[in-house]
Design a protein around this ligand. Sequence first.
Ligand code: SAM
Length: 472
Amino acid sequence: MYNPKSRKAEEFINHEEVLNTLEYAKANRNNIELIDKILAKARLKKGLTHREAAVLLDCEVKEKNAEIYKLARQIKNDYYGNRVVLFAPLYLSNYCVNGCLYCPYHAKNKHIPRRKLTQEEIKNEVIALQDMGHKRLAIEAGEDPVNNPIEYILDSIKTIYSVKHKNGAIRRVNVNIAATSVENYKKLHEVGIGTYVLFQETYNKETYEKLHPTGPKHNYSYHTEAMDRAMEAGIDDVSLGVLFGLELYRYEFAALLMHAEHLEAVFGVGPHAISVPRLRKADDIDPKEFDNGIDDDTFAKIVACIRIAVPYTGMIVSTRESESCRERLLKLGISQMSGGSKTSVGGYFNPMPEDEDSAQFDISDRRPLDEVIKWLMKLGYLPSFCTACYGSGRTGERFMEVCKKQQIHNFCHPNAILTLKEYLDDYATEETRQIGNKLIDKEISTIKDEKISQAVKSYLEKIKTGERNFKF
Ligand code: SAM
């Protein structure tokens, strides 16, 4: 029985409810009256139910689709303005005991080089990342209780926060590790992680079990209920995602929104962010062997409909996607992206050609971070290295409260300016610095609140003299 408040995976991601939703969406994909009603509700910018959003995703009426894209752009702009938050993944270890059929780290892959960074090597990776200009990382590791126990992850996080190199600092460490116990989530919370990230991969239980034939990840309920345990442990920023390409995208879309509704219903706060990874070629993985790949147009529609359905939730795209695809998705709702990424263990400090062999998947956007920053600014975006919400305790419900009132912009915009200035002074190439300084002048002129404007100007002066980490 479908029950968003239930703590049981099969009740809050109820298979029948997903199928009924898909039937409903299909039956109404040309129902202009209903689509107009849903769009009118969506224009209130307070979100949609999974059923309503599924109708928009399925909509076949050309003019209505144009309205959907227009609204997604509008909502993106109203909630996030032109800022884009940047981060990088840091791969700690590719040892893994699971059998995920789409991931080259699966235990049966005997030819991929296995590597686990020592704390000393982590320091070097962090220095390399700081020297690029990064302030926010997402750590990644395979699941292996012997090689990557929770103590290893905790030590690694402490090491990352401890590295102070030149003006650099990693101010927020997000964590993407396998589903674990409340006890372990509490430990992660205690060492001060930002967001806990866990991709569902697929919400369809039968498909999930086939794709994860062996290892602890085989357990669908344990994986699907992970965010509940993380929240119970006090981690109030969690990030959802599915790996598009594994299952029918309509199924994943509806279930993903049901998951968001579930977190909201039980904990009063929805997901902090949603990632939209697509399956990529990797060591012994050929995406063509999976039947459910989606083209760029479908992908764009999914992003637009997620933006409309959960306006207050950040949306993340990685370097799995190409420059042109990322450009398109940014307009429709993406608010965070990785840049200058390496998906191999030890890929940042002194990278060797053979490191590529240990990569998790091929990346499409291989540009250095500075080029990504320059590109974003040329497109009219304001790159941000902001971690202020986390640093000021504006997480979970408190964050959502501000965000839902569309006031987060009052914090994010000035913080984006300040962190961009830090980047420009410490790490940018000359050309990027010039473009950035002009952009900052322009952005300051758009700040309506005189007090904020004055404070930004005074912090910018202090940044010029070497002070760092100002925040609103
Ligand atoms: N091991 C952790 C787990 O089990 O959740 C998470 C870390 S894993 C390094 C991060 C994510 O990479 C996975 O959740 C999966 O969605 C994604 N991934 C795995 N193989 C991929 C591929 N071939 N192409 C794109 N993404 C992939």
